[in-house]
Design a protein around this ligand. Structure first.
Ligand code: BG6
Ligand code: MG
Length: 215
């Protein structure tokens, strides 16, 4: 392919924030009096904040009114923001920085395509904002993954056609979003959950630009 741009999901690709999301959701479940496990947390990866709350309430068998749901999501987010406010560049996942540098040195543009409304704060904490030509996060989009909006907007902000872009994703909803956007996709994680990706690798250390161009 004629590779001109790479769009990276943030949570689970560049940094492991799932552990902080888990801590905050578990704390909320504890307060409501039910158990929430790391296994349950898997279903929240790549899913928007309100959709995550719905899954959590379903796990606990709890029903809440709309205004209470907004309140609960706000409480969880305040805890989450407190956890991520301590993030440093040491939390950048292995291979990310090296890949970003080599892409940019070859003139390939880079973008963030994240569902999170906290993406800006995380990028500042890990000091990686300067490595991206475009940052599209949950504050800029209306429809969550698997809708392609976040990746199409990323391509648009880089002024590139979707067919010249590759997405890096760790969540199934994100892979579906990339496919719907007409983009090739590198799955980060396990092949069984990410089967629809163009290729699947355990982390960004395994990727070369030649491999990407051959997709
Ligand atoms: C995604 C995470 O990147 O962002 C999800 O994988 C999270 O777990 C979603 O729910 C929304 O994040 P935030 O920071 O806006 O609550
Ligand atoms: Mg992710």
């Amino acid at each position: 392919m004629d590779l001109k741009g790479c769009i990276f999901d943030l949570d689970g690709v560049i940094v492991d924030t799932a552990k902080y999301h888990f801590l905050a959701w578990k704390r909320l479940a504890d307060e409501m009096g039910f158990d929430f496990t790391e296994h349950d947390n898997e279903a929240l990866k790549g899913v928007s904040r309100m959709a995550s709350l719905e899954i959590l309430l379903h796990v606990g068998g709890v029903k809440k009114a709309e205004d209470e749901k907004i309140e609960l999501a706000t409480i969880k987010n305040n805890w989450y923001v407190e956890y991520i406010s301590h993030m440093t560049p040491e939390e950048i996942l292995p291979g990310s920085l090296e890949l970003l540098r080599s892409l940019r040195s070859e003139g390939i543009l880079t973008a963030i395509g994240s569902a999170s409304r906290n993406a800006g704060m995380i990028l500042d904490g890990i000091k990686l904002r300067d490595m991206f030509d475009a940052i599209v996060d949950g504050n800029k989009i209306h429809t969550a993954k698997p809708d392609p909006e976040v990746f199409l907007k990323g391509a648009e902000e880089m002024r590139l056609a979707p067919e010249n872009c590759i997405v890096f994703e760790d969540a199934r909803a994100g892979i579906e979003a990339a496919i719907a956007a007409g983009m090739r996709c590198v799955g980060i994680g396990k092949p069984d959950t990410l089967a629809r990706a163009s290729i699947v690798v355990p982390d960004l250390r395994q990727i070369t630009i030649q491999q990407l161009r051959n997709l």
